[in-house]
Design a protein around this ligand. Sequence first.
Ligand SMILES: [Zn+2]
Length: 363
Amino acid sequence: MIAYDINGRSYSLNESNLGGGEGKLYSVANHPELYAKIFKEEKRTRGREAKILEWEYMFEANELDKNFSDQVVIPRKCLYSQKSGQNIQTFLGYLMEKQTSFKVLKDVYVENDLSYAQKVWAARNLCILTNRVHSAQRGITIGDYNADNIVIFPQTSTAKFIDVDSFQLTIHRSNKRILCPCTVGVPEFMAPEIARRLKKEKTDLENVDQDADNPVFNKYTDLYAMAYHIFALLMNGSSPFASMANMEEISQHPSKNVSSIDIDQFHAAEKGEFVFARHLLFKKAPEYAPKYKMLSPELRKLFERAFIEGAKNPKVRPEAKEFYDALTEYLESLEECHCGHYGHYMPSTYTGECEWCRIENLK
Ligand SMILES: [Zn+2]
């Protein structure tokens, strides 16, 4: 397949077996450092094209600093089926830098080859990454901040965003602000106010009525997802809203049975029912998560702001810098546990048994 950039330069593309719901990745002949993402036909919309062209413009005009483009795999060139000026010029996708030797964040949560300290380090790098996106000159929002869109390089625990074409941009044109919205998302990582709005307006992310003054995704919805990923990295892959039935409490209430206990994560997230910090009748934290009190008081305070108070008031969710500082302090407190097993780190101030041994013994 041959594709052209906006200047008429041609690229010879070969289909790979990589890709996702929106399109496929192609290798680029003579450019081993690049990949092309070619959208499925129904995804080749004007909205997507406008957004890719804006990324290309920002990149070429050096509007994004080097740190940003080092950590965010941005669309470099918009690709078309024909040279410009020809009759039928169809938008196809874009070129980006190829990434190798990484693990997606979702796998890092529970990866045994990485020590706990490395996971805390990766969590800290997520804070840097989030802050980098939010402090770019343009108002850029991550939007679909999901665990498949972030890759971690195990050698250094550094993080990068991939699939950046979903990010939300605001374009300034002749004194107008035009929203290029993010129209995809994974429910688990979306702040509860998004689910509430979509339910109320009986719509979905593709069709919701939004503009630059009232976008679905914003800085605070990103901060929710960031807190979620930090929690999962620190808590052995547990969602902040995972829970299990508390059999002891249920047995004391003859009218109750296990099936009547609501352990739905989405309900819990909307109500701010963070079972790790609050006692909720008939429910308890899952066994596979380490004890919440293992985390430092500072980290616990931040999680409670993110998941309890933040459910009602998104603006109280902690900033990336606050999590960064708390994680730095926590990282410094970690010691290899006296149990002697590889990767078992515990805070030096924690007086209980090794939580990682306890979790391994559950298997
Ligand atoms: Zn241990």
